[in-house]
Design a protein around this ligand. Sequence first.
Ligand SMILES: [Mg+2]
Length: 195
Amino acid sequence: MKIACDIDNVVADFGKTIDKYAKYYNPEFDMRDVKDYDFRGVFPDGVFRKIVQNFQHSGEYRNMSTISGAVEANHRLYEKGHQVYFLTTRNYYPSIWMDTLFWLDKKGFKFEEMFHNLNLGKLPLIQTLGLEVLVDDDPKEIEEVSDKNIPCVIFDQPWNQEVNENLYVKRLSQWEWIVHYLDDLESIKNGKRQA
Ligand SMILES: [Mg+2]
């Protein structure tokens, strides 16, 4: 299957980086308390934008941790014949694009292509490329894509708890389970249900 996969907070632990910066302004801050996907709200006005802009000089994008199990799962997906396309809303700075490719390579991710700056939404690209499933933590992306009857996995995070499961939306918190789920989807698509 052709899989569309988000990067931040799905394979890269962007939350850990935000947590570090936010603690600078508020030592009591805890990323697990964030209930809104719009992370700008955890900083004083205008600060989030500056922080993200500063990433291009900071090397943060090259040094992020991976989400637990993400690399192993990515390799399993390729062993099973799936293809992964990374789709990210990270912005257009060439250095960020380079840092993201550097990071994916450094961590050993396998993928077909990486697209960034998709601030207008991932649905058009998913449809153009014929991608068959989306793995993302952004409630808006999940809603837009699942509304077109394209299956989605919402990667369980504190800030997307309002998203309900339905026929096209599955909530999962572990990459190991996502691999199983994607295999099941593939079987259903091929008309054979797994025992
Ligand atoms: Mg994300």
